[in-house]
Design a protein around this ligand. Structure first.
Ligand code: AMP
Length: 222
């Protein structure tokens, strides 16, 4: 298996970038946040446990995340290429992933850091609206749907994520600085890290991603 990792603070656009990479480059998109939200919706034991941590903006424990990832990776043929969005999120998770890849003869192709200043992150997170039915992501100011509150892709009703409210957003940004930012050095020392300025609109970010990853790129709008 081959893996691309997207690293970045909440609101840096990992989900949108991963969707683009999956569509253009034939990668399977894995979002641990989406997997936990699905487990919560289905009220599984893992979902109940994850909900206790996610609701307050904290991270789910490393061993639980890794167990879920191992299980998910076991579904696919060995040569699958993945784009990881939101995993790993701590240095211990990165070390567990390395160990797993060692056993499975897998490798990390690159780690893309989506760089966004913190003022921009806060604005993005408060305006973010998501479609629970198909996963499409919108923004009240930067990427509004054609009809307010309605998903352009599937017609579902858009919602604000439970953890996209002001106090939880602040907590999630603190948790990113304390627990996730250490991964920048972890992957820099392994010569895997590439930085992308992700403060602009998605089309600019996609163009840079396509260039860095040698993807076909986005078709120009008609
Ligand atoms: P995301 O959709 O990636 O912003 O994730 C939403 C929430 O899910 C996070 O704030 C965490 O509570 C939890 N989560 C997602 N991925 C991980 C991970 N790799 N490690 C720990 N917690 C995670």
């Amino acid at each position: 298996m081959e893996i691309l990792i997207l690293l970045g603070a909440p609101g840096s656009g990992k989900g949108t970038a991963a969707g683009f990479i999956a569509g253009q480059g034939g990668f399977t998109h894995i979002s641990t946040g989406d997997m936990f939200r699905e487990a919560i919706r289905r009220r599984t034991a893992a979902g109940r446990e994850a909900d206790r941590h996610m609701g307050g903006g904290d991270l789910v424990p490393d061993d639980m995340v890794m167990a879920m990832i191992r299980e998910r990776l076991s579904w696919d043929p060995p040569r699958t290429r993945y784009v990881f969005d939101g995993f790993p999120r701590t240095v211990p998770q990165a070390a567990l992933l390395d160990r797993h890849l060692g056993k499975e003869s897998g490798r990390i192709l690159a780690v893309i850091l989506l760089d966004v200043p913190s003022e921009v992150l806060a604005v993005r997170l408060t305006g973010r609206r998501v479609c629970p039915a198909c996963g499409a992501i919108f923004h009240t100011a930067n990427r509004p749907p054609r009809q307010e509150g309605v998903c352009d892709a599937c017609g579902g009703s858009l919602i604000r994520r439970d953890d996209d409210h002001e106090t939880t957003i602040r907590r999630r940004l603190d948790v990113y600085r304390q627990r996730t930012e250490g991964l920048v050095e972890y992957y820099e020392t392994r010569h895997l890290l590439r930085r992308i300025d992700a403060s602009g609109p998605p089309a600019d970010v996609h163009r840079d991603l396509a260039r860095h990853l040698d993807l076909p790129g986005e078709a120009a709008p008609c």
